[in-house]
Ligand binder design. Structure first.
Ligand code: ADE
Length: 244
């Protein structure tokens, strides 16, 4: 085994992992700080990418060019789109799709990956996660310690996660992302990480916990739940590393 990479976009998304990191060492490359050490006895490198697709793609590129890696896990929060997804719930990304890549004209925005097709996402732009990492995430999700955010235990969903450079806070846009892309959650980094990993043949998975439902309450919910939701995702990742 070489090293496992764990990436988040914000401090809240990696703080629990950094606290659990044994003998941490910081290495700065390309302006990005990488934290190496052992997590549950396994060699890891943890990085905060920053928000959005450009940050995510850049950090993934610098990361993969500077460390010998077995795989990459992205952990963080997302806007839940599935009608039954509540804050705190887990979404394991089996595939990632960029939804703000396309054509802007008088008719409005048309995602490029749907331009020549009706309904189904273009296979090149629906980026599948590594099936072993997905399987491991599912196993870990049954063992993880979760914070209680909503009135029931967190539910675990698996399916498509959509990515754009936009924080979504509108129920109609959320429904469009759910129906058009079949995506269960929406966020701002996953598909960019997936794209770079695919170019390099790097196994990856994206784990998210819902901080909000991408609706009119999204900003308020995000502020309240970003901490505990990020913790739910990070705790799942800790269990995953333990199972490896
Ligand atoms: N991350 C968390 N909530 C989000 C939302 N509503 N839109 C995009 N990214 C998010």
């Amino acid at each position: 085994a070489q090293r496992l990479a764990i990436m988040g976009a914000m401090d809240q998304e990696i703080s629990i992992l950094l606290e659990a990191l044994n003998k941490p060492k910081v290495t700065t490359r390309g302006g990005i700080d990488f934290y190496t050490g052992k997590l549950k006895g396994k060699k890891v490198v943890i990085v905060k990418a920053g928000i959005g697709k450009v940050n995510a793609a850049y950090s993934t590129a610098v990361l993969t060019q500077n460390f010998k890696l077995d795989g990459l896990i992205f952990t963080g929060v997302a806007g839940g789109l599935h009608p039954e997804a509540l804050p705190g719930d887990i979404v394991i990304g089996t595939a990632l799709v960029q939804v703000d890549f396309g054509l802007l004209d008088a008719e409005g925005f048309t995602p490029w990956n749907f331009r020549d097709l009706s309904g189904e996402p273009h296979p090149e732009l629906l980026l599948a996660a590594d099936s072993s990492l997905v399987q491991l995430s599912l196993e870990a999700s049954k063992l993880a310690d979760y914070q209680s955010i909503s009135r029931r235990q967190p539910r675990v969903f698996q399916g498509v996660i959509s990515t754009s450079d936009l924080f979504v806070s509108d129920p109609e846009k959320a429904n469009w992302l759910y129906t058009k892309f079949n995506s269960l959650a929406t966020e701002m980094e996953g598909a960019a990480v997936a794209h770079i990993c695919r170019l390099l043949g790097m196994p990856f998975v994206v784990i998210r916990s819902c901080s909000d439902n991408a609706n009119t309450d999204a900003h308020v919910n995000f502020s309240e739940f970003v901490g505990p939701a990020a913790a739910n995702s990070a705790n799942l990742v800790l269990r995953m590393v333990e199972l490896m």
